[in-house]
Design a protein around this ligand. Sequence first.
Ligand code: ATP
Length: 979
Amino acid sequence: MPERAKPAMATRSSARNKNSATTIPAPAARTTRAKATTTFSTPPSLPTPPPPRKAAGRKPLANRENTDDVSEPTAKGPSKPTATTACKAAKQANAIESEREPIMAYLRIRPNVNEESSPYLTQLNAASVRMTDPQEHGNPSSRFRSSSVTPSSTYTFSHVFAANTHQADFFTKTTLPMVRDALEGQNALLFTYGVTNSGKTYTVQGGSSKGSAGILPRSLDVIFNSIEGLHGSGKYRPVRLYGVELADASDLNPPSIVPEPAVTRVLGSQMSHASSTADLDIDMTSLKLDRNYEYTVWLSYAEVYNEKVYDLLDSVQDASSRLKSSAIPRPGAPASSLVLTRAALPVKSSPAADNSDSEVGGKYISSLRQFRIETATQAKELVKLGQLHRRVFGTLANKESSRSHGMVIVKIMRCHRGEKNDPTAIQISRLTLVDLAGSERNKHTHTTGDRLKEAGNINNSLMVLGQCLQVLRSNQRKVSMSLNQEGEGKAGRMDTRDIKQTLTIVPFRHSKLTEILMDYFAGDGRVVMIVNVNPYDTGYDENSHVMKFAALAREVYVNPLPAPVHRAPAPTVGPGKTIGKMIKKLGPLTLNDPEIAPQPFRRKVTISMGGESGGRKASEAILEVLEVSEPEEEGGEEDDEDNTPINPLVDALFDEIEYLRLQLYESEMRCALAEAEVRDEVMMEMEERMADMEDMYTRRLAREIEQHEAKTNAKIDMLQRSGQVGSPIKRAPPQRVRDDSTEEEGEEEDVELSLIQEDDEEEGPSEESSSGEEFDFDKASSRASSSSPLAKKKAMSTSSLHKKQSLVSREIREPRPFIPDGSMVPSDTEYAKMTDTETGDETEDGEAQEADSAMASDEGADSEDGSDDDDDSEDWMPDAVPIPKAKSIRPQKPKVLTNKNRITDLTQGVQQMGIEDDLDNDDSMIIQPRKLAAAVGSGPRKVKRLTGSTPLVREEQIEQMSLAMDKLAGGKTIRRYVT
Ligand SMILES: Nc1ncnc2c1ncn2[C@@H]1O[C@H](COP(=O)(O)OP(=O)(O)OP(=O)(O)O)[C@@H](O)[C@H]1O
């Protein structure tokens, strides 16, 4: 098979040795003998990754050092591209772009376990969902939400898996293609991302029921189903990232999968459970492989916890076990206390010699134990054991949640049968499945102390992962734009070296997680991201961030190149070095030196066992875990990947930029939290104020309604009473009182009548009404309104209006006097009109007489109704008097006054009508001429003319006024109301 060139990446290791690669001609293809029980075929509907392409024509990424297509810049500057070079460059750019594929991002929605809640996520189609903030509806606080989170958004994925998706379907559509890649020599990384409780562990590991096995056990099943009968001899073993070594005796024997005895003693029941469930669920899928190859499979299980890498299979028994435990009680510790020591493992750069073909230069976990596996059952047992250790060491202190990133690394060594003794022909591929810790933030977990530090470290690694993806995307865009410019022959195109210098260094080194996974992201394999979301619980904001992270990942391109990927060089066995023992020399040696060894981190976890569910007596064991930091690197070949530093200063500046970027991010997070808190506070305060205002307005409204009712009652009262003046109460029966015009009006009148009756009952038998005396309008009015504060207030401003009203009311409630000759005196208003137009005494007299006669004729008309006009004034009223409405009040029959009592009448009238403006200390009455005029039925000008220019008339002048009025009335009568 022809050797394929790797693309140049934005790393500083691109100038690696390219001559040491050994090209081994690929054997001719032979007929395969595989007997696949199940043949995998990708469902047509699924947007699976594009099929692997043959990389025969692949070129490095426009590196001038590697290509002669682009002319070197001359001293005069960069040469202008010719049409041919431009065309070639464009083709090259297209070829590179077409070979790459974005990181696949699948969304898996967790089913609802709590029936009551409804999801805030809706699946729109097979690839997109809409998320709507559950607090948006009916929650005013949503207006004050943090500006960084939108209330509703649509997110697109490679595929969306609904809540009812079966584990087997999910595996087939997401992971099976990667298993195939790994068996064909292609690296593959799959990681789950999501907040706590979203189903990440369920997706990777699976549940306990039949058929619920996750993608990891299924992958192991498929691998061993597919290589059935194709197992290699296991003469060589993989080391580091791409290296190969001769296996030693311990590798040849399958591991005895028994955990460290002390752990077994403590976790006995759980251990037995772990191994018993391993065989429950088996995926029968088998892939069709080239049966000319032999395969050996190696498995490791590591976790990144608190920015340290630990081996979860360290306690598996064999000579190299480094996990130290002691059943001897520590001083002061309870008898069941158990001390476990585990050492953090260093992450080291892969030496260039291991894989001269790769320009990526990844990192590996030094001293991580790996086990050669021959059956899926063995592999699953190991995984179960590692899972148990992960819980013991990482999560027992926080039972609900995985606080570490767990990664299972499956290495598949493939070698052609014809070359099985040639270590340089071995192909090594890795399938890494990562179960990331929950991505929630501290604010929501309310963690403190160690838990806070732990959460901080989790967030740090995820944050750095996001940053790496961001920088990768930006670098790829820069390169792509530059190549496109070159292809189009645009002036000002950049030299490849210039492009490289504009690229930002991807901050893989800022977290252990990204360090370990860097080779995948830097373009050495296919990457799949599974986003788990639980749309039922709280966590809308967190899930929004998860969605955005997925959107970012989908814009990063990786190189899913087919085998052969890494042709390992011959194992190097130097003097003093024993193959297979190199790993074991590290770590423990350094730890024994107290001067060098870092202080171990000590924490205690309490494990409860047995109890009700287990049917056993509950017991507790205290585990004291000593976490020892990784030893310092010894330099030499394990130095960082900076084989070809661009420039130390530039390097330092890049680091500084990354550091500042981290600080900026942290500050932004702090600000966002502070902002959210302030918004919450403001919102609460606003809500309180709004509630207070609402109360206030409700009270005010109730008060005003009361006042209006009181006012209306008073008016009704006044009107009712005005129709009964001077006569005993003669209430018409309701049917006669009722106006026939509308039913509603009748109802109103009923209500009015009932109100009057109530009033009467409250007041008791009224003297006024029983004796027929005049109702005191002002008194009643003030009494009616006395209970109303608003009325009191208004009374000040509307006093003059009331007085006018009183005048009209007086006309209503007091019958106008009859003139002795049978005619009726005009009403005050009529009289005022008449007198206002008078110009002289004679004319006035004449007009008055005319008016009198007009009244008399009116009266005559009234007499025809059959009423007894000559009797006292109380009797003239008809039995049934329609309750007058304010506008339709007709003047009533007047009384006749005599001259002898006119002074008294006038004074009384003035008093009764409340037209006096003030009462001086000397009890003299001050009267407005206008009011007096109105009261006596004269025009104001006339009054003024008679009383002089002074606007005020004092009591002593009333006499004079009376005389004047007499004169106005022609000396016969004075037209005034009397009591
Ligand atoms: N698709 C599913 N079907 C049925 N049950 C599920 C599914 N996904 C998750 N669950 C259940 O939801 C619970 C939480 O899931 P899981 O432990 O996988 O969450 P997680 O994201 O890994 O949490 P953490 O990050 O804290 O470890 C478990 O009880 C699991 O069985």
